[in-house]
Design a protein around this ligand. Structure first.
Ligand code: ZN
Length: 114
């Protein structure tokens, strides 16, 4: 059964064409993280939210949110737990502040030290 959240997720899934990496997977990050990557600037403090949207106990999607955006929306600090679709409903407003970037570029960005 596909609910609205699921449909929105599917719309966001897929591939991206990256200038550096060519066809690549995508990562879901908050817009300030994406801006920081583009500017090649200082790495933000990134929180990772794993969502079990298939409800099979696996993380079917991950969102990477800067600590400041998480604070703004009063999101909990994740501690490796898996969140369910209730989490997505509760924090739906945050998802409007997410964008997609090249997963490989994002991985390289995360490896940078401040
Ligand atoms: Zn890339």
């Amino acid at each position: 059964m596909l609910n609205e959240n699921w449909m929105a997720l599917i719309g966001k899934m897929g591939r991206i064409r990256c200038k550096t990496h060519g066809a690549s997977g995508i990562a879901h990050v908050s817009v300030d993280i994406a801006a920081g990557m583009k500017a090649g600037g200082r790495k933000l403090d990134v929180l990772r939210y794993d969502i079990d949207c298939l409800e099979d106990g696996s993380a079917s999607i991950s969102y990477f949110v800067s600590r400041s955006v998480a604070k703004e929306f009063e999101m909990p600090t994740p501690d490796l737990e898996l969140f369910d679709s209730k989490f997505e409903n509760k924090y739906a407003a945050v998802f409007d502040r997410l964008t997609t970037v090249c997963a490989k570029c994002f991985a390289e960005h995360l490896k940078k030290t401040n």
